[in-house]
Design a protein around this ligand. Structure first.
Ligand SMILES: CC(C)(COP(=O)(O)OP(=O)(O)OC[C@H]1O[C@@H](n2cnc3c(N)ncnc32)[C@H](O)[C@@H]1OP(=O)(O)O)[C@@H](O)C(=O)NCCC(=O)NCCS
Length: 197
């Protein structure tokens, strides 16, 4: 983490203190939660089905990892925000799938069109990131992969889903709202006052 930056919840007393010392807000972010009991299965099924014309959403397998790495490489500059919402480039290790690191995606031949990665810890799921190939954005594929992942994992016993992102990321905020996620934390990234040379 850049030492000239501080990420803090917006209700953290340090925020007012740092602002009074000349620090300034350079980015805002949020976290949101969806509890299994609040899932609207019919709406999520409808959203997941929007990927039907592209082959549908399925659980990713290890044979999909190279296609996922290719999608990640071309979309790296597309994540808005600052350090709090930074997306680290996937590697063959971090893209690897396991019982606690799952992915759901839309795949066409050897290409990944959309993918979402989810880290599991007991009955909790933390959505790491969601990405759609640039030319197919705005066709609800991002919503579809997230909806399908929530449906599949809740059926496997996950009770709590967490996600987060940049306040500038209107598409993922809208997608989460439609899925039923409720924003329960807001964060700010503060930068230190610039010192004169
Ligand atoms: C964020 C992202 C995954 C969204 O995927 P997508 O398939 O384009 O999104 P959807 O088509 O499912 O749209 C979801 C909602 O956002 C809205 N939306 C889409 N693009 C938008 C935009 N540029 N501005 C505002 N709203 C937008 C849609 O209208 C939809 O809302 P609705 O269901 O109420 O109509 C995609 O833009 C992306 O890959 N971005 C780069 C990576 C990233 O930022 N990922 C998220 C952080 S992990």
């Amino acid at each position: 983490m850049d030492t000239g930056k501080v990420v803090a919840r917006d209700d953290d007393p340090r925020v007012a203190e740092l602002l009074s010392q000349g620090w300034h807000v350079i980015a805002e972010s949020w976290a949101a939660q969806l509890d299994a009991h609040a899932i609207d299965t019919r709406e999520l099924s409808r959203l997941a089905a929007t990927a039907g014309p592209y082959g549908g959403v399925r659980s990713a397998e290890s044979s999909d990892v190279s296609a996922i790495l290719a999608l990640d490489a071309v979309t790296l500059p597309h994540y808005p925000g600052d350090v709090a919402t930074h997306h680290e480039a996937l590697t063959p290790v971090s893209a690897g799938l396991s019982a606690t690191r799952r992915a759901f995606g839309v795949f066409e031949h050897e290409r990944a069109l959309a993918v979402t990665y989810v880290d599991l810890a007991g009955h909790r799921a933390e959505i790491d990131f969601t990405v759609v190939t640039p030319e197919l954005r705005g066709r609800r594929l991002g919503s579809a992969v997230k909806a399908a992942s929530v449906l599949a994992l809740s059926a496997e016993g996950v009770r709590t889903f967490r996600t987060g992102g940049s306040a500038e990321n209107h598409a993922i905020l809208a997608a989460n709202g439609r899925l039923g996620f409720v924003v329960d934390e807001r964060w700010v990234t503060l930068a230190a006052p610039t010192t004169a040379p």
